[in-house]
Design a protein around this ligand. Structure first.
Ligand SMILES: C[S@@+](CC[C@H](N)C(=O)[O-])C[C@H]1O[C@@H](n2cnc3c(N)ncnc32)[C@H](O)[C@@H]1O
Length: 218
């Protein structure tokens, strides 16, 4: 029986790379819950920004991969160790993506403009002092600056440029990122949104938001 999501025992690791955690699992749970829609969606180009260990993009490829072929996967991370670890994780599961060590989608924005049908992002979302954002190593996995929004606010316009007309974005956010405000901001760009998974722990309240272009208004 083929795996539906990445197997933790096959996920590679490195001391400077974010290990799959509650937020990664919540994002994959959101994809699993939406699996039949994802399959019907027939995506051609899928992308993860901030791939870390590769757990999420591998799970997405496994979720979709057994149904039909010809999907191109891309994943980026500023941390070069994460790109290597993601490559190992994907190889261990027999799936493949184009992996690029870059800031958000720098270098891909022309090539993939308007093409990405599925984008998944578990960004650095923890509120921190602004000078911790974008530092080298593991700290860049969580440091999100004021309200944890510094990286998120840079990702959203890039996602808007890359997403196809039928593109979907799945984004992990924390209560302190003001998810409803994010939805309103995306509404101004023409997107509808829905919270597909909400999960609270003692420490944080996570929301996985799905965005798609709202053509009803046209
Ligand atoms: C919370 S971790 C998520 C890792 C993985 N996607 C997961 O869910 O387990 C955030 C990831 O984003 C990466 N990252 C941080 N800033 C980034 C940026 N500007 N562009 C691309 N990746 C970034 C970090 O290196 C880290 O791997």
């Amino acid at each position: 029986m083929p795996f539906k999501t990445a197997q933790i025992r096959l996920v590679s690791s490195h001391s400077e790379v974010y290990e799959p955690c509650d937020d990664s699992f919540a994002l994959v749970d959101a994809l699993l819950a939406d699996r039949s829609n994802l399959i019907e969606h027939k995506p051609k180009f899928c992308m993860e920004v901030g791939c870390g260990s590769g757990y999420v993009i591998t799970s997405l490829a496994l979720l979709l991969g057994h149904e039909f072929h010809g999907i191109h996967y891309f994943a980026t991370d500023t941390n070069p160790h994460a790109v290597r670890v993601t490559r190992e994780t994907m190889e261990a599961h027999g799936v493949h993506a184009e992996l690029i060590s870059t800031d958000i989608a720098s270098g891909l924005e022309k090539r993939l403009a308007g093409l990405v049908d599925i984008m998944v992002v578990n960004p650095p979302y923890v509120p921190t002092p602004e000078d911790e954002v974008g530092r080298e190593g593991i700290i860049s996995a969580w440091a999100g600056g004021e309200d944890g929004r510094s990286v998120i606010d840079r990702i959203l316009p890039v996602a808007d440029n890359l997403l196809s007309r039928k593109g979907w974005l799945y984004l992990v956010t924390l209560e302190s990122n003001h998810p409803l405000q994010l939805c309103l901001q995306m509404r101004e760009r023409g997107y509808a949104s829905r919270i597909v998974v909400q999960r609270s722990t003692d420490e944080e309240s996570l929301h996985i938001i799905k965005f798609w272009r709202n053509f009803d208004k046209e």
